[in-house]
Design a protein around this ligand. Structure first.
Ligand code: CP
Ligand code: NVA
Length: 300
């Protein structure tokens, strides 16, 4: 029996496998590997891009997506996460889930007999990182050595981007307010994978000469009660025209969305000529189609 592969964090892939996923994402006529098969999509948190891009990636591979909220399934209330996973494995070729505690997606994967994809947890957003690398590769042609500046919260999206950038050998700068840095262990892991990683509290320094400037919301889903406190802590970390002026002249701006204009990004930047956020959003679908192909055994 071949080993069941999961994607719970982006470095579940090797560097060569990451490149394979991105190449499969670019396949204009992919094989209908999901013909007559289903994919179960579970959401414990809201979603716009992830739900739509996953459903459409499944459709493009000939499959049928079944989307469920955590509440209607009752993960760990109506039945255990393990029993949810075992049940969905009976019907589907693959399970994907958006959860709060990262441990929950690990439990789902451990009990599943089909591949499991993390659609965002409190700790990781690997599908977003795949789409971001695809977007950067489309714009610049290659990834190795590209200088990326993350400005804002050292959150789930930041962590996965660090690890993906590490796998791709990128030059990664992270600027957060004190106390909001990504975990030291994640920066170390990204370095060990092959990335250059610098963590600072100075957004000007991080952005200097960057080819890609990336940010995300200051309060993630589940942190709503901290929003006003975080707004104060993140003062000075808005990606605005002045900060973008420090980046390389051909620099691009990325944001996983949803965006809060006037908080983590100015309207002029997110809606401006350097912004690739709509290509990035579209690339969620292409990257996940590549990922599904890979996890179901296709190779470029
Ligand atoms: N970027 C992203 O994951 O968006 P949604 O939360 O809308 O799915
Ligand atoms: N960091 C954000 C990303 C949303 C796509 C969150 O977790 O809410």
């Amino acid at each position: 029996m071949t080993e069941v592969r999961h994607l719970l964090e982006v470095d579940d892939l090797s560097a060569a496998e990451l490149a394979a996923v991105l190449d499969l994402a670019d396949d204009p006529a992919p094989e209908a590997v999901l013909a007559g098969r289903g994919v179960g999509l579970l959401f414990e948190k809201p979603s716009n891009r992830t739900r739509n891009s996953m459903e459409m990636a499944v459709v493009q591979l000939g499959g049928h997506p079944v989307t469920m909220t955590g509440d209607e399934v009752g993960i760990d209330t109506r039945e255990t996460a393990e029993d949810v996973a075992r049940t969905l494995s009976c019907y589907h070729a693959l399970i994907a889930a958006r959860v709060f505690e990262h441990q929950k997606i690990e439990r789902i994967a451990a009990a599943s007999s089909v591949p499991v994809v993390n659609l965002l947890s409190d700790d990781a957003h690997p599908c977003q990182a795949l789409a971001d690398l695809l977007t950067i590769r489309q714009r610049f042609g290659d990834l190795k050595g590209r200088r990326v500046a993350w400005v804002g919260d050292g959150n789930n999206v930041c962590r996965s981007l660090l690890l993906a950038g590490g796998l791709a050998g990128m030059d990664l700068w992270v600027a957060t307010p004190p106390g909001f840095e990504p975990p030291r262990a994640v920066a170390e892991r990204a370095r060990a994978l092959g990335g250059a990683v610098e963590v600072t509290n100075d957004p000007q320094m991080a952005t200097q000469g960057a080819e890609v400037v990336v940010t995300d919301v200051w309060a993630s889903m589940g942190q709503e009660a901290e929003a006003s406190e975080r707004r104060r802590a993140f003062a000075g970390f808005t990606v605005d025209e002045e900060l973008m002026a420090r980046a390389a002249p051909d620099a691009v701006f990325l944001h996983c969305l949803p965006a809060h204009r006037g908080e983590e990004v100015s309207a002029g930047v997110v809606d401006g000529r350097q912004s690739l956020v709509w290509a990035e959003a579209e690339n969620r679908m292409h990257a996940q189609r590549g990922l599904l192909l890979f996890l179901l055994g296709a190779r470029p």
